[in-house]
Design a protein around this ligand. Sequence first.
Ligand SMILES: Cc1cc2nc3c(=O)[nH]c(=O)nc-3n(C[C@H](O)[C@H](O)[C@H](O)COP(=O)(O)O)c2cc1C
Length: 221
Amino acid sequence: MELQAAIRGRRSIRKFRPDPIPRTVLEELLETARWAPSWGNTQPWEIHVITGKPLEAFREANVAAMAASEPLRTDVPMPETWPEKLKARYMGVGKSVVTSLGLTREDREGRRRHQLHMAALFGAPCLLVVTVPRDVLVEYAMLDVGLFLQTLALAAHDRGMGTCIMAGSVHYADLLRRHGRIPEERRIIMGAALGYPETEAPVNRFERLRAAVEDFVTWVG
Ligand SMILES: Cc1cc2nc3c(=O)[nH]c(=O)nc-3n(C[C@H](O)[C@H](O)[C@H](O)COP(=O)(O)O)c2cc1C
């Protein structure tokens, strides 16, 4: 796929087909993603690829924790508030998702179903969890993890797969640690659901928005 088309065509997938991804395909994907840049080539990431029974057990536990509204137990702090401009964008994508599912703001039951579907990783057959050692400066490791995930997401899109980078997959780090066999000395940063997209599902097709270049660029010189 041409690079421009890959960058513009990648989007977060929120409905996956259940088909498993062959191990060789996952290996190819990770082979590409490892070429992401990192601070001093430190490559702080370690990836746990969770599929099959362990993934089903995690999915069930994650949904139960979310359904019981358990307080989050993340390894890195999650934002609780946003500046107004960013909050508006956050609310905007939430509205697009809900509308594409045929729900309204008032449909609390439907919105809750969506929340639980999110906790169930949108039906993805694979979850990649990115961890870093506890003794690296997390602010910098975050950049490296972001670069790794974007590279992975583009490589997956190039091969006809879809991803959703998901804070919702790391809300309960202890559950991930247990089911994904992640050692205590690794900090869980972020997960990405991976699978073949339900391409016709409206939730995978709504129009996405971005700020215009002039809204975030200051030209100097
Ligand atoms: C760090 C991070 C965490 C995210 N967490 C979630 C999540 O928990 N649930 C979700 O539906 N989307 C999640 N997303 C996807 C964003 O909503 C999405 O990237 C954004 O709306 C832009 O849309 P696009 O990825 O389709 O271009 C996350 C994205 C990032 C980068």
